[in-house]
Design a protein around this ligand. Structure first.
Ligand SMILES: Nc1ncnc2c1ncn2[C@@H]1O[C@H](COP(=O)(O)OP(=O)(O)OP(=O)(O)O)[C@@H](O)[C@H]1O
Ligand SMILES: C[C@H](N)[C@H](N)CCCCCC(=O)O
Ligand SMILES: [Mg+2]
Length: 223
């Protein structure tokens, strides 16, 4: 059976993409489905030898897959890793490196071609955060032609951020599979209220994850 691949895009950064992607990975595995989860381009990732590595997106996604945290697994999950917690193009400059969208897209296409079951690809930052000096995450997603799961927070302002991302995806012909609203710490409104507001305009199913929640079964069922 051909692989199903999904791109996890964000309405912003630090809002729950990795949390939701890890939760979805665990849910799919619990349902007995084959899943591979990658974060090809990651900034803010210390070396594997650093105690802080355990907090990185790469470590969290490997853990959700039940994989060991070794060099081989890290490289296979996140071939482009940068230490500075900045936009990847800026983090790359600090290391005297550069990034090319064609390389990133080519790597993902190879993964899609060889995946068995479901392939989850976490993006970087928000939908239009830069991924190279000249390309945004939206360019990356469009080049892959994959459907998206949009992750939003529930902080004040999240509704507009989420709907702006939904509208941008629609404008560019990207299929929006669902929106996952991950509860932001200290948010002034209940996450369900924020999700309901997003659902009135998003044109896609909307799900909530409160702090510490597992992935809803219904969300996994759409993937
Ligand atoms: N629903 C939730 N329950 C508990 N913790 C959460 C939840 N959502 C997010 N977090 C925590 O909030 C922090 C930021 O979330 P996360 O790392 O998933 O953001 P992100 O969108 O992937 O960020 P980046 O743009 O760096 O990839 C993490 O410590 C994460 O574990
Ligand atoms: C370091 C951070 N957590 C992410 N890895 C990168 C976020 C880049 C955001 C760039 C932007 O949109 O302004
Ligand atoms: Mg992340």
């Amino acid at each position: 059976m051909p692989a199903r691949a999904l791109f996890i895009a964000g309405a912003g950064t630090e809002i729950g993409k990795t949390y939701v992607t890890a939760a979805l990975t665990r849910r799919l595995r619990a349902q007995g489905r084959a899943v591979r989860t990658v974060k090809p381009l990651a900034s803010g990732v210390p070396p594997l030898s650093d105690p802080g590595f355990i907090e990185s997106d790469t470590a969290r996604l490997l853990d959700a897959q039940g994989l060991a945290l070794d060099e081989e697994a890290v490289e296979a999950c996140s071939p482009w890793r940068f230490a500075a917690p900045l936009s990847p193009d800026q983090a790359a400059v600090l290391e005297g490196r550069s990034l090319d969208l064609a390389d990133l897209v080519g790597w993902c296409r190879d993964e899609i071609a060889r995946a068995e079951g479901t392939l989850l690809i976490e993006g970087v930052g928000g939908l239009m955060s830069p991924v190279t000096e000249t390309a945004t995450g939206l360019d990356w997603l469009r080049a892959l032609g994959l459907p998206a799961l949009l992750v939003s927070g529930s902080y004040l302002g999240a509704i507009s951020h989420a709907l702006t991302a939904c509208e941008t995806l629609r404008f560019h012909g990207v299929k929006l599979r669902a929106v996952a609203v991950s509860e932001s710490p200290g948010a002034p409104a209940p996450v369900a209220t924020v999700a309901a507001a997003i659902a009135r305009h998003a044109g896609a199913p909307v799900f909530c994850l409160r702090r510490g929640d597992a992935c809803p079964e219904e969300l996994a069922g759409l993937i």
